[in-house]
Design a protein around this ligand. Structure first.
Ligand code: BJ8
Length: 425
């Protein structure tokens, strides 16, 4: 790493020794999991570059943007509308963390039986290894699951710029009204932070930018319906993960470029794995970078992942915002309409999610579903039982996996996944 980056990290307050250790592990992990794959589309080189510079060039870009007066908003949930941040001259980045770090310190603050995603958030803060978090001018937490809700109270004492959004728990008229007032409050908070007044024209432009990003991902997803699959689930997951970090315009162009290449592959019936390889739909908790353990196990056990029913996947990216309005009110309503459809397991009841899983099984011609639940994640683990039962009742083979970020259970998981894939053949 260049000296320039080292002084940048130091100025952000990172612990350089711990950070070096994290980058070392991440680089090795990426090498073993990503670069070891065969038949990758050439366009994936862009994402290899993004990952190699994830704490370097992208952070430099964000800091350069900040010098021009732009603000950086760090978030943990797909309910935080990027359109509003962009319209207010702010860049939004995902802060969700997908690796264990500084666990001893974390467990002094949080109970051991907290999900790995929340613990990781704290580990990256306490271990001083996340430049995104340190570069953020505002960190947005939200009232979703109980774990996050209470953990943000503690996070508030570790950071000075936490903003908490109240997310509804029911898809009712009152729930929508709450989301509406919370998005208005968020808009005002962004305006106060940046000094920019968000009007209809600014919001419309921001909606178009984010819609284009989603359209590119939709295009990529559609291409995964082909057999043989033209891209691995691991690579498609990476694109969905980078969705939260990259410059929106550049991300859109890069995904579209990969799609041009994949279209040719589909035409020529060229795939990453042979035609007829068992096809898996992943469903459940979000997988943040560098949480690649389960997809890696699946794709080295004789199957290909063809879709993700996840917030880092189709639950997070499906549905566009209707951009036909012009006034601020019309566009704000369109944003609320779009986000209110996100079927996170924190909602009760949550029948839309099961419907979406079934639709995805059909659309992506999946042979089976693997439900991924993080240990101690009550919303998804609880919902996994009726979801799996409903799928089995419709003759869709389903495997429920409960795991964390540790590697101790890899052997055991592999045995279960292999047996499941064998059954699909
Ligand atoms: S909209 S899924 S991004 S809340 S894994 S922290 S649920 S205990 S992440 Fe999520 Fe927004 Fe919902 Fe999506 Fe809690 Fe479960 Fe942990 Fe989770």
């Amino acid at each position: 790493m260049s000296e320039d980056y080292r002084s940048m990290w130091q100025n952000l307050g990172l612990d350089l020794v711990a950070h070096d250790a994290l980058l070392g592990v991440l680089g090795k992990f990426y090498q073993d999991i990503y670069l070891a794959q065969k038949n990758r589309p050439a366009g994936m080189q862009y994402f290899d570059f993004v990952m190699s510079e994830v704490h370097g060039l992208r952070i430099r870009e964000l800091l350069d943007e900040k010098k021009t007066g732009r603000k950086v908003i760090g978030t943990y949930c797909v309910f935080v509308p990027e359109e509003i941040a962009l319209a207010g001259n702010a860049t939004m980045v995902g802060l969700c963390a997908g690796a264990d770090f500084a666990m001893e310190e974390v467990e002094k603050i949080l109970p051991r039986n907290t999900c790995a995603l929340i613990k990781s958030t704290f580990g990256f803060k306490l271990g001083k290894v996340c430049p995104y978090l340190e570069a953020s001018d505002m960190i947005v937490g939200e009232n979703t699951c109980d774990g996050k809700k209470k953990a943000y109270e503690s996070l508030g004492s570790l950071v000075s710029n936490l903003y908490v959004m109240d997310i509804p728990q029911m898809k009712s008229a009152q729930g929508r009204a709450l989301l509406k007032s919370e998005y208005r409050r968020f808009k005002e908070a962004i305006e106060k932070l940046t000094g920019v007044t968000i009007d209809g024209a600014r919001l419309k432009q921001a909606i178009e930018i984010v819609n284009n990003k989603r359209k590119a991902i939709h295009r990529l997803s559609k291409l995964r319906q082909a057999d043989p699959a033209p891209i691995s689930g691991l690579d498609a997951l990476l694109a969905n993960q980078v969705f939260f970090y990259d410059n929106p315009q550049r991300f859109t162009d890069s995904v579209n470029k990969i799609c041009d290449e994949l279209e040719k592959r589909v035409e020529q019936k060229q795939g990453v794995f042979p035609a007829g390889t068992p096809r898996i739909l992943m469903s459940g908790c979000p997988m943040a970078v560098p949480n690649w353990k389960l997809p890696w196990i699946v794709e080295t056990s004789g199957a290909v992942i063809v879709g993700e029913e996840s917030c880092v996947g189709e639950r997070g990216t499906r549905n566009l915002v209707n951009a036909s309005g012009n006034t601020l009110d019309e566009l704000m309503e369109a944003i609320i309409d779009r986000y209110f459809q996100v079927d996170c397991a924190i909602f009760t009841p949550n029948p839309d999610r099961l419907k979406h899983v079934e639709e995805m099984v059909k659309a992506y011609k999946a042979d089976g579903v693997i439900h991924y639940g993080l240990q101690f994640c009550q919303p998804y683990l609880m919902e996994a039982i009726p979801v799996a039962k409903a799928l089995e009742d419709r003759n869709i083979p389903t495997l429920r996996i409960e795991t964390d970020y540790g590697m101790e259970d890899v052997g055991q998981l592999k045995t279960r996944v292999e047996a499941f894939i064998e059954m699909l053949k």
